[in-house]
Design a protein around this ligand. Sequence first.
Ligand code: HEM
Length: 454
Amino acid sequence: MSTQSLLIPARPAPPAAALSFPRFLRAVRTNALTMWPEEAYETNVLRQSFLGRERLLVNDPDAIHRILVDNPGNYLRTAASIRILRPITGRGLLLSEGDDWRLQRRTIAPALAPRVIPMLARHIAACTQDAVARLRAAAGAPVDLLAAMQTLALDIAGRSMFSLEVTRYGEQMRAALNVYAQKHARPHLLDMLLPPGIPAPRDFGRRRFSRRWMALMDEIMQARLAAPASDAPRDLFDLLMAARDPETGAGFSHEQLRDQVATLILAGHETTAVTLFWALTLLAQAPAEQEALAAEASALSFAEDDAAATLGKLVRTRAMVNETLRLYPPAFTMARQAQAADRAGGIDIPAGALLLIAPWVLHRHRRLWRDPDALDPSRFMPDAPPPPRFAYLPFGTGPRVCVGAQFALAEAALALGATMKSFQVELADRRPVLPVAVVTTQPDHAPPFRLRPR
Ligand code: HEM
């Protein structure tokens, strides 16, 4: 594709120079994408120091390899991440460390391994058919595709986990997560400065939220446990209940199971919902690409029995999903705190330093990508050269790489393919849709779309 014809999707303008500490704090609370100056997109490492603590944004491949792959035991989750995510994910996989993490990861990874994808694809297909039917009924009037994709992703997370229609809990879960995002998820100064063991003022509200949220998880689990047992695993819940640590033979306790369920639902649904939303927003502005995806999907079946086979044929659709994850990575940054001093790719890292590896920055780095701000899915087609090493990390890398990556990619490709097969998608107004990152990369408003059935 010639550079002139490429779409440059909207993004917030980076500040001309590094932010002062108060402005940095404000950016972290309101939109983390505005915290990196132009320079961040050109250098290997950006070092800043506040209140005696160093903060490093790392773009250098050797340094990323050292931090995430070679020496991950030295780089643990930060106090702010723990405070913000613990109330919703409990003691589940996302925040665990050391032996506890190793044991959980070994037990959970097989439940999300590639061989489970055909089972998950059936759930994805069933939910997607329902979503397409709902959209078809609503077509004609302006449609809120952000809400539609959130509902779809939550439905997929619920049915893949429990084989239950979570519609009766869906409203409650979405309402709770929205309250959380608005009231409890924004990091404040003391959230970052105090060690996780010492409560920060906002932790009290978070704990109250956590009690309510975990009670809701318990209620859904009880409903699932009341369903008759099955010989073959039907869903992730069956797989997690049957999961045993290969060395000790131990399974999860009720509380551990609940925390894993909460973790997988949270980590899985919001990220995939925004991926689908951004893909549709981009395609609404790129009609030729949209027609190409519709042509690919038109010959394929998205029925439950065919979904797993269809996945392998969604080549261009997958490239679009990958390009969406490049331009609008839902997990815009990975934060770690160095436990001991280290040297990573020629960079000296002092003990206690805060390390940021930011897919948002890496994916738009001037030295790593051609036309970094432009939409060009062809860079992910099978005949294209692979991206430079560690320049593309939507799911992280190393031992803590996203455990649900295959599931997420299957979900995004099937849902996007089925939508493209069914509708032509347009934005119903011209107001630019800007990304805002607090927990995930969300739009600044939910734009109205117009859908024309094909
Ligand atoms: C497009 C969708 C998704 C994106 C972009 C995404 C991104 C990520 C990233 C970047 C990490 C690594 C974080 C770090 O190293 O600090 C991660 C970890 C994780 N993800 Fe995902 N994820 C997605 C979907 C899912 C799904 C569908 C599930 C579950 C069903 C899931 C479950 C998890 C869990 C449990 C972890 C923690 C793994 C560990 O620490 O060992 N994610 N994800």
